[in-house]
Design a protein around this ligand. Structure first.
Ligand code: NDP
Length: 340
């Protein structure tokens, strides 16, 4: 094993508004030893996700708050470098929620094994992981898109949004998206969006009048704020609004005034909030379908990879600023920890 030191990122202070470097602390600890039944894992990739911003606050939500001084958590893939478990062997690759650290020990039976022969291991944190699963369940199960319908997706070139758009195209929909730069608009079109607009140059209300003159059947909302305010009154009768995320509000110190829900009533809309972890029953279907779509070249994904655990806070803040193209990951270990 190359290193006897483990580095991990802890919450140093609760952010007030947008996080800053001093809200994080990189600590060094000894690499732990596995007990009976446990494995030692060297993480290689970790995910940074918008929902982690909520966990840095001291407010009640669907995911518990990080305590100040605590090592942060999140999705990670790594390789077993020492095993005292009957279910996992040295060299196995696993997916866990033990990100933001280089090494950890865990009960072998608590980890999800992944097959590196099926796809590069990083995909288990993106298109074949929480990101793709969120897009799949949110759009197909809750959005119920039908051939010929119009789907609007905010944060269209992001990790979830780019997959939502591509699945909607596979279902025969016309897909319109928003993103924050010309480069991201081009990327959205490249993966199949029919139309996309830059919300920093054209307001969502003006753009949706131009691009969805007959209204919206499914709104897949990743942003909220002015995007949701613009989409709601443009929903067609019996439309479906899927509240996946509200990233425009995650760093707000005071909540902005909300949109009127009158159109939701008048048009008999279904507005569904969802958390992907309520939908484990759909995980096998998602893996089967998404694996097939990727093999057949029907779904493409993109990754932005920042190197080094010490840069994980920077990657996370960059994600909140929109510096990512596709899924934002941090590479925190060598390609093959066991060989290193
Ligand atoms: P993305 O890859 O989409 O990255 C976030 C993007 O949001 C940024 O790249 C940026 O793109 C955009 N953004 C940031 N701030 C703003 C703003 N103020 N207004 C408009 N856009 C903004 O992240 P994910 O794909 O991981 O997540 C997308 C959404 O899905 C998030 O809201 C997240 O919370 C949610 N989510 C929900 C889940 C669930 O179970 N419900 C599970 C996973 C994710 P740009 O440059 O275009 O502004």
């Amino acid at each position: 094993m190359a290193s006897r030191v483990n580095r991990e990122v802890r919450l140093a202070a609760r952010p007030n508004g947008f996080p800053k470097d001093s809200d994080f602390d990189v600590a060094e600890t000894p690499v732990p030893e596995p007990d009976d039944g446990e494995v030692l894992v060297r993480n290689v990739y970790m995910s940074v996700d918008p929902y982690m911003r909520g966990r840095m606050n001291d407010t009640k939500s669907y995911a518990p708050s990080f305590r100040v001084g605590e090592t942060m958590q999140g999705g990670a893939v790594g390789q077993v470098v020492k095993s005292r478990s009957n279910v996992l062997a040295e060299g196995d690759w696993v997916n866990s929620m033990m990100g933001w650290r280089e090494y950890y020990t865990a009960d072998g039976s608590s980890l999800m094994k992944i097959d590196p022969a099926l796809a590069p291991v990083s995909k288990a944190l993106g298109v074949l992981g929480l990101t793709g699963w969120t897009a799949y369940v949110g759009l197909l199960d809750l959005g119920q898109p039908k051939d010929g319908e119009t789907v609007f997706v905010s944060a269209a070139s992001g990790a979830v949004g780019s997959i939502v758009g591509q699945i909607a195209k596979l279902k025969g929909c016309r897909v319109v998206g928003s993103a924050g730069s010309a480069e991201k608009i081009a990327r959205a079109r490249e993966v199949g969006y029919d139309e996309a607009f830059n919300y920093k140059e054209e307001s969502p209300a003006v753009a949706l009048d131009r691009l969805c003159p007959d209204g919206i059947d499914v709104c897949f909302e990743n942003v909220g704020g002015d995007h949701l305010e613009a989409a709601l009154p443009r929903m067609r009768t019996f439309g479906r609004v899927i509240l996946c995320g509200l990233i425009s509000q995650y760093n707000a110190t005071r909540m902005p005034p909300g949109p009127s829900l009158v159109p939701a009533l008048a048009n008999r809309l279904t507005i569904r909030g969802f958390i992907v972890s309520d939908h484990f029953d759909r995980l096998p279907d998602f893996l089967r379908d998404m694996g097939g779509w990727i093999r057949d070249g029907l779904i493409k994904d993109e990754e932005t990879v920042v190197e080094g655990i010490e840069n994980a806070p920077r990657a996370f803040m960059g994600l909140l600023r929109g510096e990512n193209r596709g899924k934002m990951l941090v590479k925190i270990g060598p390609d093959s920890p066991l060989d290193g």
